[in-house]
Design a protein around this ligand. Structure first.
Ligand code: FES
Length: 318
């Protein structure tokens, strides 16, 4: 696990149907570690679950972190555990870490949010507004009742509020956001960001496929890519001078943990970046959504929770 520190659940707010936000404060008068818009933290929840959630508050705030969690009755238990938190409870968190960096100097920024995917994008909108940059936010939810943070938008100054566009496609007269039309209205230097359900991100990526890759940014809730668990290769731990065989059905991370090697991890599906390990030799089979295609091609880093190996041996800096 990543190193953790304790915070206090200072307040819990009902943000929308099934969505609670949690205001987390330090236990003492110290400031929390700084973060940048788009960052997430790992919540160490009761029951031993670790889940990553995006920070939704302004990066100018150091006295608190705010996350929002949508209850998923069919999920793996993280959202249920979070919704059982109570005001006054203490809990461990790790991070912050940012795999969804904001290009602050972009001439214009388009933010596209689906459902609870609004959280990192709202932090970005606040940052862009504070910097006086040009931005617009397109927020999609089924209905107004299911859309979190609406009161934050209403509190914006009228000129900023005009930058927020709401799409409720399950309401009378509502329709899905026209992603192709949206992207066609913007110049090539505009940066596009999307966070939402997998289907929405895939539609967003298809709509923006002709844009320069460095101008298109996405963050997934869950990975649509299967983890590599074919096994049949070895990992050489250079610092420990140990060689471990990764058996079929096991990930590299599971193999390391079984051997008592402590590696930080959180999401277990290649989206949070906490299990990154330097690669000294060998060719990983990358299955994560954290590293860019260029970083994958360099083969100098691997997310061991989900990625495998194309070579017989991977030498890791562990
Ligand atoms: S644990 Fe999240 S990327 Fe591996």
């Amino acid at each position: 696990m990543s190193p953790t520190f304790q915070v206090l659940v200072r307040s819990i707010t009902l943000e929308a149907a099934g969505v609670l936000s949690f205001e987390l404060r330090p236990l003492d008068s110290q400031l929390l570690p700084a973060f940048t818009a788009g960052a997430h933290i790992d919540l160490h929840l009761p029951g031993g679950l670790v889940r990553s959630y995006s920070l939704l508050n302004s990066q100018d705030e150091r006295h608190r972190y705010v996350v929002a969690v949508q209850l998923d009755p069919n999920g793996r238990g993280g959202s249920r555990a979070a919704h059982e938190l109570r005001v006054g409870q203490t809990m461990g968190i790790a991070g912050p870490r940012n795999n969804f960096q904001l290009a602050e100097a972009a001439p214009h920024t388009v933010l596209v949010a689906g459902g609870i995917g609004i959280t990192p994008l709202w932090s970005m909108a606040q940052r862009l507004q504070a910097l006086g940059r040009s931005w617009e936010l397109h927020y999609c939810a089924r209905t107004r009742q299911q859309a979190a943070l609406l009161d934050r938008f209403e509190a914006l100054a009228p000129t900023a509020r005009a930058r927020v566009h709401l799409n409720f496609d399950h309401e009378p007269g509502g329709s899905a956001l026209d992603l192709a039309g949206l992207q066609s209205r913007h110049a090539g230097e505009t940066h596009f960001y999307c966070c939402g359900p997998t289907g929405m991100i895939q539609a967003f990526q298809a709509a923006t496929a002709q844009r320069r890759r460095e101008c298109v940014h996405v963050e997934y809730f869950a990975s649509p890519i299967e983890a590599a668990v074919a096994g049949g290769f070895a990992v050489q731990l250079a610092r420990r001078k140990t060689r471990l065989l990764v058996a079929p059905g096991r990930s590299i991370l599971q193999t390391l943990l079984d051997a008592g090697v402590e590696v930080p991890y959180s999401c277990m599906e290649g989206i949070c970046g906490s299990c990154e390990v330097p690669v000294l030799a060998g060719e990983p089979e990358h299955r994560d959504l954290v590293l860019s295609p260029e970083e994958h091609a360099r083969n100098t880093r691997i997310m061991v929770c989900c990625s495998g190996s194309r070579s017989d041996t991977l030498v890791l800096d562990l």
